[in-house]
Ligand binder design. Structure first.
Ligand code: CDP
Length: 793
């Protein structure tokens, strides 16, 4: 493959600049094995680190004997919690205002918790030495069931927190309880369901790891790490380790998928830093698959009681819910401080309600910490699942078509900006055309006819709908921060003398194609071909401060910053163009890539001419400095609210209860589309995630707290065999406050697809009187549902 081929537009429309189906610039590197991931980093004299993990979910540490491990071949250091305690490093803050043990000191609180680490000359020596560490544990009763954690006599997990007498993490409430009760009292119909969103894991292809290199002469720490938020991590390391920020360089090189799993700071990162400081050598830590699955940020784990109130003719009046949230042993999510339950408040969905209320209790259990935003903007996945499931249950109860019920209750276009009953201001939306397009693509009426015929023959076919509104692009810094760091993002743009450009971002791609799409944003604004624009990201020494990539925030926040920084450059270029063309700025027109004299298109200067002039010989206009560059820190005024309509068709084998997803139609609206090919890729991936969560994935535990999903043999993730050919479509409702009208897309499909699939399965099981069944809908769960037996969560 030639480079030129790889940077051409896919549809070969010869479009030289801007938005369109441009092939990904980064693929030239990634497809040829030229990517550089953390595990590719090799430094002279580098040592390797392995972590000893607790076999128990809850146990007091009586003693640790490391003498045999220290004497093992190649071992350079063995570090325990006691060593770290002496350095004041045994505990670290999490990104959600809790603390987490870097290495256990007093007791272990989940199976897989970090107890000690070994640094050795190679990975095998480090692993072998782990076997020689002798830990005496005194096993305690584990708290595995979230409901039992709230019982008065439940063992207290967080004995490290002074005065803690229960297992509550937080109690949280939104909406108006009284008003909601009043509206419920007036309703003709009330439907209630207990809905579980099980614990799942983002399971990125690349596991987590880091290489730390502390230079004692310069006093500088360089850390290559699998992080989605290099700047935020650097600030936290500076606070915890006391190394000033300018002496810490965090480098997130190529990342093999994050999905929220690489937002938290894991003890392993800190171990590698300590390991490097202690040994004076670079130290690499790279976890294996099981370590990733049992100890790093899980997602979801919500038990939700949902109630919906409506009139007999299907006008939805109110929704209320009570949620029990399992946060594991440490609150290790990364949520904006004022939003302990993330953006769960959008559980009112896409509907115009009279009232809504939510009460949530988050608890500690003896499980791995997390609750991370797995391909989701802070708990929106759970919220969308809740509302789309309970709306379907209402349709079942009213014997109404679920599409008709949704169409009847949508927020109308003229109601935007729309303030929900939980206080979210949806910036824009036009829901009905999106829904109608999905129905048309699916051939909805024909599908219902086919279903009726099949039902008459005893065949099980289901059609499931989900319609979602997301809130992405966290966020306005007035009310969103993580650990006090406001959620804004920087961007710097420099145009070189010959008109080539480099743009520096504070966000960090993990495979989403930022090197392409951010070049396209600059190209669209300045007319410089994307191939001439280098996109730098992931290195704190070379990029402006910002809070990183998760919750589909890159395009809403950094994408806006990129467009605005380009406009700043264009404003300066205009002053120089007016001097070059000897006309006033008012007499200039911008025609993509060049300034032209009004009414005289023959007289023009290109952005490249101007770039050379700003660096060239001769004076510039009064007050104009040389160089063509700008920087910006963008603080969004609101989130962006993408929406979508998904329709899923399933067939269930009545003999084996196996579910087959036959068709999946996804119509997304993410406002202005920068690169439709990348958008489709994001949607395809998210839909596959949805199939996994709806039908296969769950991290479960036995009563002793042993994790039962510790390998990909037990934790099933979908392959091409379980997924159909996706049918995608789109509508465009631009965001009114985003400079290019773009909304996020990275997570829409993960958020929107699980309810569509579950609704389809439940719809197929209607002849059995099934109104709800919990994910993952494995054959055994479907079989139970067919026989009227609910599977306990
Ligand atoms: O933050 P993250 O990159 O995960 O999510 P995103 O901002 O939704 O973007 C995912 C990818 O889709 C990026 O490469 C975006 O530039 C691209 N995208 C797009 O082409 N058009 C949009 N309206 C939104 C995203």
């Amino acid at each position: 493959l030639q480079d030129s081929k790889l940077t051409e537009f896919e549809d070969n429309d010869q479009k030289p600049v801007g938005f369109g189906r441009m092939l990904r610039k980064e693929d030239a590197r990634l497809l040829r094995g030229r990517g550089r991931f953390v595990d590719d980093v090799q430094l002279p004299g580098m040592l390797h680190l392995a972590i000893l993990r607790s076999p128990f979910a809850h146990a007091t540490i009586v003693s640790i004997d490391t003498s045999a491990a220290e004497a093992s071949p190649g071992v350079k250091a063995v570090v325990t919690g006691e060593t770290l305690k002496g350095l004041g490093l045994a505990w670290m803050p999490t990104l959600s205002n809790d603390v987490q043990a870097v290495l256990a000191t007093d007791k272990v609180r989940f199976q897989g918790q970090e107890v000690a680490f070994v640094v050795a000359e190679d990975r095998y020596q480090a692993r072998d030495a782990l076997e020689l560490i002798d830990v005496e544990y005194d096993v305690l009763d584990p708290v595995i069931d979230v409901r039992k954690a709230l019982e008065p006599d439940a063992p207290i997990i967080r004995t490290d927190l002074e005065g803690k007498t229960n297992n509550h993490v937080f109690d949280w409430e939104t909406g108006d309880e009284e008003e909601t009760a009043r509206v419920f009292a007036e309703a003709d119909v009330i439907v209630q369901e207990d809905i579980v969103y099980p614990r799942v894991h983002p399971a990125p292809m690349e596991t987590c790891g880091s290489v730390a290199d502390f230079d004692p002469v310069e006093g500088k720490l360089r850390l290559w790490s699998t992080t989605q938020a290099p700047h935020a991590h650097r600030t936290l390391y500076a606070i915890v380790a006391g190394i000033p920020e300018h002496k810490i360089q965090v480098i997130a090189p190529d990342i093999g998928g994050g999905f929220g799993n690489k937002v938290p700071i894991y003890p392993g990162y800190v171990h590698s830093i300590v390991g490097s400081i202690v040994t004076g050598k670079p130290v690499k830590w790279m976890e294996d698959r099981s370590e990733n699955l049992i100890s790093t940020g899980f997602a979801r784990d919500y038990i939700m009681r949902a109630e919906i109130a409506a009139t007999n003719d299907g006008k939805i009046l109110a929704i209320r819910t009570n949620v029990l949230a399992d946060h594991g042993a440490f609150n290790g999510t990364a949520a904006p401080v004022k939003y302990p339950a993330g953006f769960f408040g959008v559980f009112t969905g896409s509907y115009d309600l009279k009232a809504a209320h939510c009460k949530m209790t988050a608890v500690y259990t003896n499980k791995a910490p997390g609750g991370v935003a797995y391909a989701c903007s802070f708990r929106i996945t759970e919220a969308v699942y809740l509302v789309e499931r309970i709306v379907d249950a209402l349709a079942y109860q009213l014997e109404m078509d679920p599409a008709e019920l949704r169409l009847k209750n949508f927020i109308q276009p003229e109601q935007f900006p729309y303030t929900t009953k939980t206080g979210w201001v949806y910036d824009s939306g036009d829901y009905e055309p999106t829904m109608r397009l999905a129905m048309e693509m699916a051939g909805y009426d024909e599908l219902r006819r086919e279903q009726a015929e099949k039902r008459a023959r005893g065949e099980l076919m289901g059609i499931g709908i989900s319609f979602f509104t997301e809130a992405v692009g966290a966020g306005p810094r007035k009310n969103m921060d993580i650990l006090g760091l406001g959620m804004a993002d920087g961007c710097e743009l420099r145009i070189h003398p010959t008109g080539k450009a480099v743009v520096r971002l504070s966000v960090k791609t993990q495979g989403q194609g930022h090197e392409t799409t951010f070049a396209q944003i600059i190209a669209e604004e300045l007319g410089i071909p994307p191939a001439d624009i280098d996109v730098l990201h992931g290195d704190t020494d070379n990029t402006p401060f910002g809070l990183g990539t998760y919750g589909s925030r890159s395009t809403p926040v950094s994408g806006a910053a990129a467009a605005l920084v380009a406009r700043k450059v264009r404003d300066k270029a205009k002053l120089i163009a007016s001097a070059m063309l000897e006309v006033s700025v008012a007499d200039l027109d911008w025609v993509k890539g060049a300034f032209q004299v009004k009414g005289d298109p023959g007289r023009s200067v290109t952005i490249q001419d101007i770039a050379f002039r700003t660096h060239g010989a001769g004076d510039l206009p009064d007050g104009v400095e040389g160089g063509l560059e700008a920087q910006i820190c963008y603080n969004p005024s609101n989130l962006t609210y993408p929406h979508g309509a998904y329709i899923c068709v399933v067939d269930i084998d009545p003999g084996t209860a196996e579910v087959k997803v036959r068709r999946f139609i996804a119509v997304d609206d993410c406002g202005t589309r920068i690169n439709p090919m990348i958008i489709e890729g994001q949607v395809h991936g998210g839909l596959a995630d949805g199939v996994g969560m709806a039908l296969m994935e769950m991290i479960s535990f036995d009563s002793d707290g042993n994790c039962l999903g510790a390998s990909l043999m037990d934790y099933l993730i979908p392959t091409a065999l379980e997924t159909p050919d996706w049918e995608t479509g789109y509508t465009v409702t631009p965001s009114p406050h985003h400079p290019i009208g773009a909304k996020g897309i990275g997570e829409s499909a993960t958020v929107g697809s699980p309810p569509a699939i579950v609704n389809a399965v439940v719809d197929a099981l209607k002849p059995f009187g099934v109104r709800h069944a919990d994910m993952p809908l494995t054959p055994s769960r479907v079989w139970d549902a067919m026989r009227g037996q609910a599977t306990p969560p």
